[in-house]
Design a protein. Sequence first.
Length: 119
Amino acid sequence: MDPGLSRLQESVKGLIKQGRVGDPAVVRWYMRMPATRHRTPDALSEAMTTIAGDWMGGPAISENVVRSGKELVTHLAYGSGGFAIVTAAIGPGEPANDLMVFGSRGAIYHGRTPEGGSL
C-alpha cells in the first residue's frame, strides 16, 4: 500500500481509538492521484474502501459503484448502520485529499496539506 495512505489510515484509526469521534458513522472521502501513481481509479478505490472498512470496524455489507470516466464513486454500507462515500479519481496535477469521518460524538477532517503531496 502507498506509504501516504498507510500513514493516513493509522492516524485516523488512532484518533478513533482515542474516542475522538465516538462510534464512527459516516466516512466521506475524495482523493485524486496522478496517473503516474495509480493507473486506474479501481486500484485507488480498492485501497480507500479497505481503509474505510478498517475505520468503520469491518468490511462493508453492501457496495454500489458509479463510474464516470476516470472517477469512481463507491457507496458502502456497514453492519453497524454506518456508511461511506468514497470517490477515487485519477487526473492531472498534484494529489488531492479531502476526508471527513463523522461519529456519534465528533468528527475528523483531513484536507489537503503540504504533506498531502506525499500521498
